[in-house]
Design a protein around this ligand. Structure first.
Ligand code: HEM
Length: 305
């Protein structure tokens, strides 16, 4: 006890604080409680359905859950890409990202099976032109994971030169396919609203991540690990790539098929993309760590068996 008190006193003095006043203040502190710490009451005010359909609340809450899980992935990526750490910690943190992605994949049944088809197809009409496509965290994650050039579809990649600016690269990214008509040169509202809000931040992130993205970083870390650690490291990277860029897109696409392409008709998505084609991982070929996959694995990326 004495020791701890002395350590606290030393710390306060080192920070230029008066230990006596600090202790007097402590006397008045209310005990911490769960609801304030987790901010439960605030959290539960963040759901604002636009219609009276009961299942719209499930839709909103599940999107919010996903955004929180994406925040956890970004939290690990921030450390992996931007801080110095023991090489062995890399595997630990990557495995956390794998676990979070597993959670996203397994819980997606809440969407696929957990809403009334009829209700969903009514309340979604009031959401256009909003779309999950406009999830900024989803885009930040990809900029942190890989080189921006690898997010450009193969058929455009040969137009990239050393002169191509990051801003120009953004107009070539795979996700432009969801809302940019290359023939008319026009963007739909979902895409243009999204870019108006976030493009400057994406460009800034792409500049920072040019040298710090995970696809660059793992290549620097790998030689510092022993053989066993190297194996676990590569396995964790491959797991994340596969789960995030094939498994999640597939459960998401299956869900879109459930609600938008059953009962004999194909419905237009709220974000207006040619969604059946666009969302398919075999079409997007979003692959963060291509050097870790064989030519056949790359060729068959996301192909349904
Ligand atoms: C019933 C549930 C869902 C359906 C039917 C659905 C449908 C779609 C469709 C059709 C698109 C293509 C863009 C468009 O034209 O709108 C899309 C994109 C997207 N959605 Fe969903 N979605 C659902 C749930 C979710 C959830 C819960 C999330 C979690 C945040 C989400 C995240 C995304 C993302 C990130 C994209 C962009 C994907 C990419 O660019 O590869 N979606 N969604």
């Amino acid at each position: 006890m004495e020791n701890i008190l002395q350590e606290i006193k030393d710390k306060l003095i080192a920070n230029g604080q008066d230990p006596e006043n600090y202790l007097k203040g402590l006397k008045h502190n209310r005990a911490i409680n769960y609801w304030e710490y987790v901010m439960v009451d605030t959290l539960l005010t963040l759901q604002n359905p636009r219609t009276d359909f009961k299942d719209e609340t499930i839709f909103i809450v599940y999107h919010q859950i996903t955004e929180l899980v994406l925040k956890l992935i970004r939290h690990e990526l921030d450390q992996l890409c931007l801080s110095e750490m023991q090489p062995s910690l890399f595997v630990e943190k990557l495995n956390r990202m794998v676990r979070y992605t597993d959670l996203l994949c397994s819980s997606f049944s809440i969407m696929n099976q957990g809403m009334s088809y009829e209700d969903y197809n009514q309340f979604r009409l009031s959401l256009s032109p909003a779309s999950g496509f406009q999830s900024a965290q989803f885009r930040f994650i990809e900029l942190m994971c890989t080189d921006i050039d690898l997010l450009i579809p193969a058929y455009l990649r040969n137009r990239v030169t050393t002169e191509t600016t990051i801003e120009e690269k953004f107009s070539m990214l795979y996700w432009q396919e969801a809302g940019f008509n290359r023939e008319t040169n026009k963007k739909n509202k979902t895409l243009s609203d999204f870019e108006q809000k976030y493009l400057p931040l994406f460009v800034q992130s792409a500049h920072t991540m040019k040298t710090h993205n995970l696809n660059n970083r793992y290549k620097l870390i790998l030689p510092k690990l022993n053989e066993t650690e190297q194996k676990s490291f590569i396995e964790a990277l491959r797991n994340f790539d596969r789960k995030y860029n094939i498994e999640w897109p597939m459960v998401h696409l299956e869900t879109a098929r459930t609600y938008l392409k059953s009962k004999g008709e194909t419905k237009t998505a709220t974000g207006g993309s040619h969604w059946e084609k666009y969302l398919h991982p075999a079409f997007q070929k979003r692959i963060y760590f291509p050097d870790l996959w064989s030519a056949t694995e790359l060729e068959n990326w996301g192909v349904e068996k």
